[in-house]
Write a protein that binds this ligand. Structure first.
Ligand SMILES: [Fe+2]
Length: 266
């Protein structure tokens, strides 16, 4: 049994950049994420079996933007299942109602989608007032229950924030240590995440852990405290094979690399 997974992240879709504060020029001048995604998907050798989107679907959008984005992704991927997790820029209530078809869970959303013999499990690392991510105790409890119910079957996990402390100059999600202890008891083939907007490939708790690029922009810290933003595009083509295991190929397009803006954050 094998399965192909297109992993994309951090679209930061926005219909009106003028209400996005310091990010206005970045969001206004970047190549629209859906334009980049459409162009890249046209070149894929085949349609994926599954599309995983690891958060920051919008840059703080409301219900209308989520509906517009959902319709655009549906046109692009047709009947390929979409698997979504919320990011720190998302409105979890609008996201739940439009993409997940579930009522908003204020304690943090954890859910499982079964595809062929693989269980895809999303757990929410976003939390109010925690832009760097927090895996809440209630999320860990729910994740424990979801994984326990799989009874040893293989799972692929997805969350928004990165879990490995040294991988980026932003701190990893809080409570990642407790998550590592929990995951040691289960059969997890891979963990997918986003948030940093920079590709990274390593192991977390001995499990392959893949951070996707963004399909929107990336930031580079400057010595004077500014963050310089660039147009950006990258996504991961992943394969799961029950005999071979998990593999991942990064797809990028260097046409999207123009400098957008430099921003000082207080
Ligand atoms: Fe993001």
């Amino acid at each position: 049994m094998s399965l192909s997974i297109l992993h994309i992240s951090d679209l930061h879709y926005v219909s009106d950049p003028t209400r996005c504060g310091a990010f206005e020029r970045v969001l206004r001048e970047m190549t629209p994420p859906l334009e980049k995604l459409n162009a890249a998907c046209e070149k894929l050798p085949k349609r994926p079996d599954f599309v995983a989107i690891s958060g920051d679907l919008t840059h703080g959008g409301g219900q209308e933007e989520y509906l517009t984005l959902r319709n655009a992704l549906r046109r692009l991927f047709k009947d390929v299942p979409l698997f979504i997790t919320p990011g720190n820029h998302d409105d979890p209530k609008s996201l739940s109602e439009t993409f997940l078809g579930k009522p908003y869970d204020a304690d943090g959303c954890v859910y499982t989608v079964q595809e062929k013999d693989i269980a895809f499990v999303s757990f929410d690392s976003s939390a109010p007032g925690e832009p760097d991510g927090l895996i809440r105790d209630k999320v860990l409890e729910k994740l424990d229950r979801e994984l326990s119910a799989l009874d040893g079957a293989t799972a692929i996990l997805m969350t928004h924030h990165h879990l490995i402390e040294d991988q980026f100059d932003l701190p990893a999600a809080k409570n990642a240590g407790r998550l590592a202890n929990l995951l040691k008891r289960y059969n997890v083939a891979a963990i997918l995440n986003g948030h940093t907007h920079h590709f990274f490939n390593s192991f977390f708790a001995g499990i392959p852990c893949l951070t996707a690029d963004s399909v929107s922009f990336r930031g580079e810290n400057l010595p004077d405290g500014r963050v310089e933003f660039y147009d950006h595009f990258g996504m991961n083509w992943c394969e799961w094979d029950c005999e071979i295991g998990f593999s991942c190929r990064r797809i990028t397009d260097n046409r999207y690399s123009k400098k957008l803006d430099s921003v000082i954050f207080p």
